[in-house]
Design a protein around this ligand. Structure first.
Ligand code: SF4
Length: 352
């Protein structure tokens, strides 16, 4: 999310195919990389493993042709078998509805293509830039606003990175760099360490923010190697997780969050309000409570970005506002996420 998130570890889809942000790694696979490589990428396999009625298969196969299926085992294990309405399954199962053409739902809903002054760099807001640090994700969320993003045009080679870093160096108004993607933590620790060293050598950069879903879908990603380069940097560290439902937070996710907190990472969460996933007071309240248990503060609750193929997840603004108003009567203020919409051309996210 995204959600909203350096080189890919292994890629084979058209979307994530060829280019790596830094370089393609030839390092031996770690435990998490093996899990990433072993993620389910076949809609038939997904339906079979989850014991879904065969009636779901045609939609899954059609949607897969638009945006490939990708579900790691650690996430699959939290989905109830035989329940097509499981809130985690809803996020990863392609449906026939993805093929519908709906007015207002477009390929680039945030008009990011107009804000890429360098390959792999998006500069929309004052003081911060976003780097497309990986063209791949550990999970493909069906509602992703970058499901049509041209990653092949935005994946610099290591040589091209110097141009991107020079842009950041030359603009002293930038004090924060956001690693996004894809999912930046799909890059290897060697590659992330390489980039972080170069960013911290730029005197006006204070903060490194990482937007990632990997600690949620493959908690083993938070391993010693990652903690080593992250602890070593002088930069302030913020990790913005992407969790939409309390069922996504199991013991392994809790442990991963604890490891990050122990080295001084500020943990925040952004969610997307999604029809039939988290569009109820009880679900949103439980999510905030579980986040806090994990040491994560709710940050944003985004309304859906109108991306083509995801209209069936949409919750109208008025309903979203009502939900949040009622949520405010249930939770202490520090557990309330801010309901926002991202409007192309605006200088910040817009509270609703
Ligand atoms: S597909 Fe990737 S970038 Fe999109 S929301 Fe999911 S984890 Fe984030």
């Amino acid at each position: 999310m995204i959600t909203r998130s350096l080189a890919n570890v292994q890629t084979d889809s058209p979307r994530h195919a060829d280019t790596a942000l830094i370089s393609v790694s030839n390092e031996p696979q770690t435990r998490w990389q093996a899990q990433l490589a072993g993620a389910i990428r076949d809609p038939r396999e997904l339906c079979r493993r989850l014991e879904l009625d065969p009636g779901w298969l045609p939609g899954a196969e059609m949607g897969h042709t638009l945006f490939e299926v990708r579900v790691p085992e650690a996430y699959l294990s939290r989905i109830r078998r035989g329940d097509p309405h499981d809130p985690l399954l809803r996020q990863v199962l392609p449906l026939m509805a993805e093929g519908n053409t709906i007015q207002g739902f477009v390929q680039d809903p945030l008009e990011e293509s107009g804000h890429t002054p360098r390959r792999g760099l998006i500069h929309k807001y004052h003081g911060r830039v976003l780097l497309i640090a990986s063209p791949t994700c550990a999970v493909n969320c069906r509602y992703c606003f970058r499901r049509h993003f041209p990653y092949h045009e935005n994946s610099p080679s290591r040589a091209q990175w110097s141009d991107t870093l020079a842009y950041i160096h030359d603009d002293t108004s930038i004090n924060e760099v956001i690693l996004s993607g894809g999912d930046p933590l799909a890059a290897s620790d060697r590659q992330l360490g390489w980039l972080t060293e170069r960013l911290e050598a730029i005197p006006h950069i204070k903060r490194l923010r990482i937007h990632t879903r990997l600690p949620v879908v493959i908690p083993d990603r938070i391993d010693t190697e990652l903690l080593d380069w992250l602890s070593a940097t002088r930069l302030q560290k913020v990790m913005v997780l992407h969790i939409n439902h309390a069922n996504e937070i199991d013991d392994a996710v809790m442990a991963a969050c604890r490891r990050l907190k122990d080295i001084g990472v500020t943990l925040l969460n952004q969610s997307v309000l999604l029809r039939e996933v988290n569009d109820s007071i009880e679900t949103l309240a439980e999510l905030s409570e579980q986040l806090f248990e994990a040491g994560v503060l709710p940050y944003y609750l985004h309304v859906l970005d109108p991306v083509a193929g995801a209209a069936h997840f949409d919750v109208p603004d008025q309903e979203a506002r009502s939900l949040v108003e009622e949520l405010r009567t249930r939770l202490p203020g520090f557990l309330m996420p801010t309901l926002v919409r991202e409007i192309p051309g605006e200088a910040s996210k817009t509270p609703l």
